[in-house]
Every structure is written in structure tokens, then in C-alpha cells.
Design a binder for this molecule. Structure first.
Ligand code: NI
Length: 257
């Protein structure tokens, strides 16, 4: 059994065939999926999906750095209300994206800080998106004591040096499709060194399809390809890898195993 700890099932690339996506996932042993919000509509949708597929889909709510410019005080209050639903297990994805810079950086930072505070109020872990913003992310996480309720650096893309800092700040590390790419020695080094009880796996579907589907639309079933590569890197069986990643996901997000 596998747990895809980060997906976007409400994305129109997946939503049109949601039943098919969930069936193919189940056929590969992917019995549970954490669906992440990226703005207000997708956060709301995420909770609706988790209500409909209780025990199979879980929800995170939050505003992605791309959409940081849309976050208002009123929306933040609405997110906090939404997060009271039992299906909501985290705030996410939140963070900084200096690669695409779709919202001005000061707004990305203030939205990140505001949502860290909301997660603390709601006593939820956070799911961090960090692209080309390692320095500022670590600075803000430290400054805001963002690890109070735990959290994860999703689709980790930093070095082992950075991973050590994230671990010291109380965060787990999550690996997505890029771990399977043949030109990712730095990422494989991180995956070889992170303690087994501090790592998760995810698809980030519909993005970041693992090898050999790179560039294609991703879906939760394919988290098994990332699990296989992680198993190989750690010299473990697929079953052992499934076991520890599921148990870490459940522990972080307070989900009954
Ligand atoms: Ni994502």
C-alpha cells in the first residue's frame, strides 16, 4: 500500500477522469492521496473531494506562492474556517517560488508568513513549496518557527546541506518524480542520507511525471515508480519502502494508519 502525499486531483488534466485516476491508483496499491490546495477555489475543491472520498483522499488548504497576490485577510479567515473540517490535515501548499515569480516576492513572503501563522492557529503541519528560494525559505521558517506542528518540504530540490537544515528545523523531506531522473545525482544523494523516518513520497500530479513518463501528464498511480527508485537507493524492498513512507505520512498528518 502506498500513500501519494501530494497531488492536485482538481486540476482539469486529472479531474475529467477522476474515477479512472483513482482506479488506476488503487490498482497500483496507491490507496490514499493527499490533495493540496493552491488557491481559494482549489482549497475548497480539495475539501469537497476529501468529503466525497473519505479515507481515500485527504485535503490540504492554502495559497501557492504563484497566487500569493490573491490572498486577502478575508480569504485567510475563510481558509482557517475551512481547515476545521476533519478531512483537512495540513496547510499547503505554501512557500516561495523565485523561478517563475508569478507574484511579487514581497507578497509571496507575506502570504507565506500569514499562512504559517494560520497553520499554527489551526494546529496543522505545513506543506512547503520552495523553488529557487532556499535562502529565504529557511530564513522565514526559522524566523516564524514554522515547524511547530511539523511539516514537509515537498518535491525537495535542495542539497544534502540544505536537507540537514530542514531536518534540524523539524521538517520531513518529500521526493517526487525528479528522483527517478537519470541526471539527478544530487537528489539521489539526499535520498540516500535522509533518515528513513523523515521522508515521504509524492507525485505532485499532474506535474513532474517520473521516468519513463517524463513530460507526460502525471497521476497518483505513478508514485510507485518513485517508491521503486527510493527502495533501490536505500537497498530495501518495495514493501519496506511503502511501509515506512506510509507510516511517516500518517504520523506527520495525524492520519490513522
Ligand atoms: Ni504541488
Amino acid at each position: 500500500m502506498l500513500f501519494d502525499s501530494h497531488a492536485h486531483l482538481n486540476d482539469r488534466k486529472l479531474y475529467g477522469d477522476l474515477e479512472g485516476v483513482l482506479t488506476r491508483a488503487a490498482e497500483c496499491g496507491v490507496t490514499r492521496i493527499l490533495n493540496c490546495g493552491a488557491d481559494w477555489p482549489s482549497s475548497l475543491m480539495s475539501v469537497r473531494l476529501a468529503e466525497k472520498y473519505r479515507g481515500q483522499i485527504y485535503a490540504a488548504v492554502g495559497v501557492h506562492p504563484h497566487d500569493a497576490k490573491t490572498l486577502t485577510d478575508e480569504m485567510l479567515q475563510k481558509l482557517l474556517q475551512l481547515a476545521k473540517a476533519p478531512e483537512v490535515v495540513a496547510f499547503g501548499e505554501i512557500g516561495l517560488d523565485y523561478y517563475r515569480d508569478l507574484s511579487p516576492r514581497p507578497l509571496q513572503q507575506s502570504a507565506f508568513i500569514a499562512q504559517i501563522a494560520a497553520a499554527k492557529l489551526g494546529k496543522k503541519p505545513i506543506i512547503i513549496h520552495d523553488r529557487d528560494a532556499h535562502g529565504d525559505i529557511l530564513r522565514l521558517v526559522r524566523q516564524e518557527r514554522a515547524g511547530e506542528n511539523g511539516g514537509v518540504f515537498h518535491c525537495f530540490s535542495g542539497s544534502w546541506e540544505m536537507a540537514k537544515e530542514c531536518l534540524n528545523l523539524g521538517f520531513m523531506i518529500s521526493f517526487a518524480g525528479p528522483l527517478t531522473y537519470t541526471n539527478a545525482p544530487k537528489l539521489r544523494e539526499v535520498a540516500a542520507k535522509v533518515p528513513l523516518d523523515m521522508m515521504l513520497i509524492e507525485t505532485d500530479a499532474p506535474y513532474l511525471s517520473p521516468h519513463p513518463y517524463r513530460g507526460k501528464i502525471n497521476e497518483p498511480a505513478r508514485v510507485c515508480l518513485t517508491a521503486a527508485v527510493l527502495a533501490e537507493i536505500r537497498g530495501l524492498s518495495i514493501e519496506e519502502t511503502a511501509d515506512f513512507t506510509v507510516s511517516n505520512t500518517c504520523r506527520l498528518f495525524n492520519i490513522k494508519q
